[in-house]
Design a protein around this ligand. Structure first.
Ligand SMILES: *Cc1c(COP(=O)(O)O)cnc(C)c1O
Length: 498
């Protein structure tokens, strides 16, 4: 028997008490099928309050925009629309997300249009008075053209910058690009052309601020970008434009694994396994990007940092407290001194602890290699819980159907496989340790899947069912539910007015 290497999930209340209500979860899956997504709309509001508390602590004004792309749910967006209009908005990245947010109660002035934009998306965003987060000079010209041609009002816009660089190094070290390359945004070195384009189009497009979104966990890189945005806003003001916002995007992160030691132990064991000094931890020796080159581990593990000491609102707090590299004062102080509002666009972190994905155990059998390991087939596929797709490694929670059995054995290593007729349909390529062997009919609960994992990659291959999504709330010791599309923030799920 392998020594169990757990990666047990971080589970806060109320998600923890929902997991304690196994009979309720079983009855939901009996009625609605496997897989099933379960959401806790109250938690998204609590997360927004945590971000707002950080704003208050640093005496900053501005909005928290939920990055809608993290989850398709209506319940989450409707719950957020009930929050203070001055405090919470939505970042929409497609025409359909824009239409959805409007239908959930957001007025246009609480919306931000980001991402690649087709003409219909740009037109509707401009029509309803959304802020347009502009990617390039081309997009600015396109928008200005639409505004003039269709007689739309002047559109408020941010410009997204990328390719932030450090100042010219001393001693002839030259310019070093410090932020990772992005397909999105206008490189800082093209800022001059951007500013003249903004000046040309002031009749149609009003520059209200400057934005970045860096897909990294690196605080230093973000502080540097923030400072350069503050300086760019100053330059724009000096040229007669009137921006007042710095938008620092999303990427505040989520801690998935509860215990730092479990995370350390697992990642260390992965390196050892790649070198052959530890029994394989993964299906057919998959290395998550690591490889053995002559006895040395090479490559970088394509893994999300499963255990995070600070994430979400706490990460924003840290970012705002760090001194800016050139001006030397904390980022929050810089924003205050320059009279800038702060926008953030959290996706993953705003839906932290907001939901779980349930799957029925359909089949359990030994891998047949005399290893003591098992294949556990679930009523879901890799598209229904795309944790692996995002490099997020965390154990599911076993929710037994009945009580414990006499002959129950201890921890066991299993590979979780999906319901597609496809060798590659592995829900985990990693050996997952469970406290005991699951039985057919048990449920596995993948917790904290509301950010990108529960519906981002779901598909209709083989006509397998995609998960239904329900909103739930626990009150007075009982859990109630309703379909996601029937949730409105004026009634508790399952009846009674709020
Ligand atoms: C995806 C995205 C976000 C959200 O990122 P998270 O990592 O989920 O917080 C915010 N802004 C933009 C522009 C994005 O593309």
């Amino acid at each position: 028997m392998d020594v169990p290497l757990y990666l047990r999930p971080r589970v806060d209340p109320p998600l923890a008490s929902l997991l304690g209500a196994a009979p309720f979860l079983h009855s939901l899956v009996d009625a609605l099928g496997s897989p099933l997504n379960v959401l806790l709309p109250e938690v998204v509001a609590e997360n927004a309050h945590r971000f707002r508390a950080v704003y208050r602590r640093h005496r900053l004004a501005g909005r928290v925009y939920f990055a809608h792309k993290a989850n398709r749910s209506s319940a989450l967006v409707r719950r957020l629309s009930a929050e203070s209009p001055a405090a919470v908005g939505v970042d929409v990245a497609s025409l359909e997300e824009l239409r959805h947010a409007l239908s959930c109660g957001f007025t246009g002035d609480r919306l931000m249009a980001t991402g690649p934009k087709d003409p219909e998306f740009l037109w509707l965003a401009a029509r309803v008075g959304a802020t347009v987060n502009l990617d390039s000079v081309n997009e600015l010209e396109h928008l200005a053209g639409l505004v003039r041609k269709h007689g739309l009002g002047r559109v408020e816009a941010l410009v997204r910058l990328s390719g932030f660089e450090s100042a010219v190094g001393r001693g002839g070290a030259g310019i070093r690009t410090l932020s990772r390359r992005s397909r999105f945004g206008t490189p800082v070195r093209e800022a001059e052309a951007l500013m003249s384009a903004l000046e040309r189009h002031t009749d149609a497009v009003e520059l209200t601020g400057v934005a970045y979104h860096l897909d990294t966990t690196g605080l230093e890189e973000k502080v540097r970008a923030l400072e350069q945005c503050v300086l760019f806003v100053d330059e724009c003001r000096a040229r007669g434009l009137a921006p007042r916002v710095v938008d620092i995007g999303g990427g505040f992160g989520v801690g998935y694994v509860a215990d730092a030691e479990e995370w350390e132990r697992w990642t260390t064991a992965l390196s050892e396994a790649v070198l052959g000094g530890h029994p394989p931890l993964t299906w057919r020796g998959h290395g998550y990007g690591l490889r053995n080159e002559g006895g040395t581990v090479r490559g970088t593990a394509a893994l999300y940092p499963g255990h995070r000491p600070t994430a979400g609102a706490g990460y924003l707090d840290e970012l705002l407290s760090l001194p800016a590299p050139v001006l030397g004062r904390p980022s929050a102080t810089l924003l205050l001194e320059h009279l800038h509002d702060l926008y953030v666009e959290p996706g993953r972190s705003l839906v932290d602890q907001c939901g779980l994905s349930l799957a029925r155990v359909l089949d359990v059998r030994p891998t047949g290699e005399d290893s003591g390991q098992y294949l556990v087939r679930l009523g879901m596929n890799a598209g229904d819980v795309s944790l692996e797709e995002h490099g997020v490694l965390v154990d599911p929670v076993l929710l037994p159907r009945g009580g414990p059995e006499e002959d129950e054995e201890g921890p066991v290593g299993v590979f979780l496989v999906g319901n597609l007729c496809l060798e590659a349909d592995l829900i985990t390529r990693r050996l997952v340790f469970l406290p005991r062997l699951p039985r057919v009919g048990d449920l596995l609960g993948f917790v904290n899947t509301a950010g990108y994992a529960m519906d981002f990659h779901a598909h209709h291959a083989q006509r397998q069912p995609v998960a239904r999504t329900v909103a739930v709330e626990g009150r007075g010791g009982t859990w109630r539910w309703c379909p996601d599309e029937d949730y409105w923030p004026i009634t508790h799920p399952g009846g009674t007015s709020v």
